[in-house]
Design a protein around this ligand. Structure first.
Ligand SMILES: NC(=O)c1ccc[n+]([C@@H]2O[C@H](COP(=O)([O-])OP(=O)(O)OC[C@H]3O[C@@H](n4cnc5c(N)ncnc54)[C@H](OP(=O)(O)O)[C@@H]3O)[C@@H](O)[C@H]2O)c1
Length: 201
């Protein structure tokens, strides 16, 4: 077993997830970097974390798929034998103006929910046994100010983050006190995501 604490951050190849991974590495933790599509930025984040002195494992897994989440947890257990913090950061959206009700389909809602809500649930379920092994442990869900302000990239995104807030409170009751579960609701953060939104106008 590794003596360093371990943080698993979903969606950590760029933006908030990558910054979170670097911060944990800076504080002497090992990290697991996750992405679903582009390996190059994930490898770059892992290298940056290793340069700070810790170990970094890169795992390709789409959190919308339960089999991917369970495989990720298995790889973490095999490599590190522990997990102390899970950051459910992976998120997706579709940029659609609020007034454009025809701009969002049921499939758009379902894909956004699959990643932002069900993905966080599936990762939590897959990793909970390992998190419990070295309790106290923590889970941080990255929500958004959009969940409370009626603004953001789309109505489907806002609703998904509202659901994530409710899930966070329920999971806190279900998993505490061994595993503390909290959410953070950032405002605008300059990441590739925000850039994509601005480019769409
Ligand atoms: N930026 C903001 O202003 C802002 C504000 C409030 C909240 N947030 C939240 O913060 C989180 C991160 O956003 P960000 O701005 O840092 O975005 P970002 O720079 O676009 O990064 C998103 C990360 O998630 C990964 N990802 C996307 N879908 C995934 C999936 N299904 N499974 C696993 N990984 C996946 C991406 O890699 P791949 O594309 O390779 O999968 C990437 O690593 C999101 O939950 C977002 O809702 C952002």
């Amino acid at each position: 077993m590794n003596d360093r604490k371990l943080c698993v951050i979903t969606g950590s190849s760029s933006g908030i997830g990558a910054a979170t991974a670097r911060l944990y590495a800076q504080h002497g933790w090992n990290v697991v970097i996750n992405f679903s599509r582009e390996a190059v930025p994930a490898d770059a984040t892992a290298d940056a974390c290793r340069a700070l002195g810790g170990e970094a494992l890169v795992v390709k897994a789409d959190v919308a798929f339960d089999a991917d989440c369970r495989r990720l947890a298995t790889e973490v257990e095999a490599r590190f034998g522990r997990a102390d913090v899970l950051v459910n950061n992976a998120g997706t959206t579709k940029f659609v103006a609020m007034k454009d009700l025809e701009g969002l389909s049921a499939e758009d809602f379902q894909r956004i929910y699959a990643v932002n809500v069900i993905g966080a649930y599936q990762m939590t379920r897959a990793l909970a046994p390992l998190l419990r092994r070295h309790a106290p442990a923590g889970i941080v869900n990255i929500s958004s100010i959009a969940s409370m302000m009626g603004m953001g990239s789309s109505l489907a995104y806002m609703a998904s983050k509202g659901a994530l807030n409710a899930l966070t409170i329920g999971l806190a009751r279900a998993l505490g006190p061994e595993i503390r579960v909290n959410a953070i609701a950032p405002g605008l953060v300059e990441t590739p995501w925000l850039q994509q939104g601005l480019e769409r106008g």
